[in-house]
Design a protein around this ligand. Structure first.
Ligand code: OOG
Ligand code: MG
Length: 262
C-alpha cells in the first residue's frame, strides 16, 4: 500500500532530527519494508522543505554510490542523489567536528560548479561539459544516520544519501585544463595513503554523474540551477575518521585539500 503523506512527513522529521541531534537510528525499512524509491525521494524532499523553511540555503547536490567501490562497500547496486546545504560546507584546511556528527567517514570526490542550468530528460555528457564553469577538488564527509552505516537503497535515499559535510576549495580548473576521466586522486589520513583512484571510477566519467543528476531531477520536473555545486560521488571506498586525524586529498592537476578532525 502506498505510504500516506503524514507517514512521509513523520519519517522526514525522524531522520532530520537524527541528523541535527547526531543520533543514530534504525533504518526506516525495518518498519516500512515496502517503501518505494519514489517515496524515499519524497521523504528526502520533505527534509529539504524543513530546512528551507528554517532559512537554511541549498548550495548544491551530491551524487552517491556512483562508483563500484562504493556500491560494493555499501551493498547497493545503483546511484542516487541528495542535497547539500550551507552549513555542510567546511573550508579547505578547516575542521570536521565529530561532536556534531555520529560516525563520520571521508571520501574523495571530484566536484563541478555550473555556469548554466542543466535540464533533462536527455541531458548528455556534452551538455554537462558545456555547462561546467569550473571543476573543484572535494572531500565528502558522510554520516549515515543509520546504525553502523547499514542500510538499503531506499533507506539511504530517504536519509539524504548520508550527506553531512563537505570540504572544498583549493585550486579550480576548467574542462579544457584537466581531464576529469584520467585525473588521479590520492587520499591520505595522517600521512598514510588509504585510498587512490581515477575519475573514471565514477560511472566512466564524473560528468556522466552530473548528467544522471539532471535526468533524475527531470523526473520530478526540476532542473539543476546555474551556480549549483555538484559532488559527483566517491571514487573509492569511504574511510572512518576520529578526533586527531588529519585528512588530505591530492588531485592530479588540481592541487590538494585537507581537513583536521576534532
Ligand atoms: C551513501 C552515500 C554515498 C558516495 O559518494 O558514493 C556517497 C553512503 O555510503 O553512506 O556519498
Ligand atoms: Mg559521497
Amino acid at each position: 500500500m502506498a505510504m500516506d503523506q503524514a507517514t512521509k512527513a513523520q519519517l522526514a522529521e525522524f531522520l532530520e532530527n537524527a541528523e541535527l541531534e547526531a543520533r543514530e537510528v534504525v533504518k526506516i525499512t525495518d518498519e516500512h519494508p515496502d517503501l518505494t524509491l519514489t517515496e524515499a525521494y519524497e521523504i528526502n524532499d520533505l527534509i529539504r522543505d524543513r530546512k528551507l523553511a528554517r532559512g537554511t540555503k541549498q548550495v548544491g547536490y551530491k551524487m552517491g554510490l556512483t562508483s563500484k567501490a562504493k556500491m560494493d562497500q555499501m551493498g547497493v547496486n545503483r546511484p542516487g542523489f541528495g542535497y547539500l546545504f550551507d552549513y555542510f560546507a567546511i573550508p579547505d584546511g578547516g575542521e570536521i567536528k565529530t561532536a556534531e556528527l555520529i560516525h563520520p567517514k571521508v571520501e574523495p570526490e571530484i566536484a563541478v560548479v555550473l555556469k548554466t542550468a542543466l535540464k533533462g530528460p536527455g541531458c548528455t555528457i556534452a551538455d554537462v561539459f558545456a555547462a561546467i564553469d569550473f571543476i573543484l577538488p572535494a572531500m565528502e564527509v558522510i554520516d549515515s544516520r543509520y546504525e553502523n552505516f547499514r542500510f538499503d537503497l531506499v533507506s539511504v535515499i530517504a536519509d539524504n544519501s548520508s550527506s553531512s559535510r563537505f570540504v572544498t576549495g583549493g585550486q579550480s580548473a576548467t574542462v579544457d585544463q584537466v581531464d576529469m576521466k584520467t585525473m588521479g586522486v590520492v587520499m591520505e589520513i595522517n600521512g598514510e595513503v588509504v585510498a587512490l583512484g581515477a575519475g573514471a571510477a565514477v560511472i566512466g566519467h564524473p560528468a556522466n554523474a552530473v548528467a544522471m543528476l539532471a535526468n533524475s531531477l527531470a523526473e520530478k520536473g526540476e532542473e539543476v540551477p546555474a551556480g549549483s555545486f555538484i559532488m559527483t560521488g566517491a571514487l573509492t571506498a569511504a574511510h572512518a575518521v576520529k578526533p586527531g586525524d588529519s585528512v588530505t586529498v591530492s588531485y592530479q592537476g588540481l592541487g590538494s585539500i585537507s581537513a583536521r578532525v576534532v
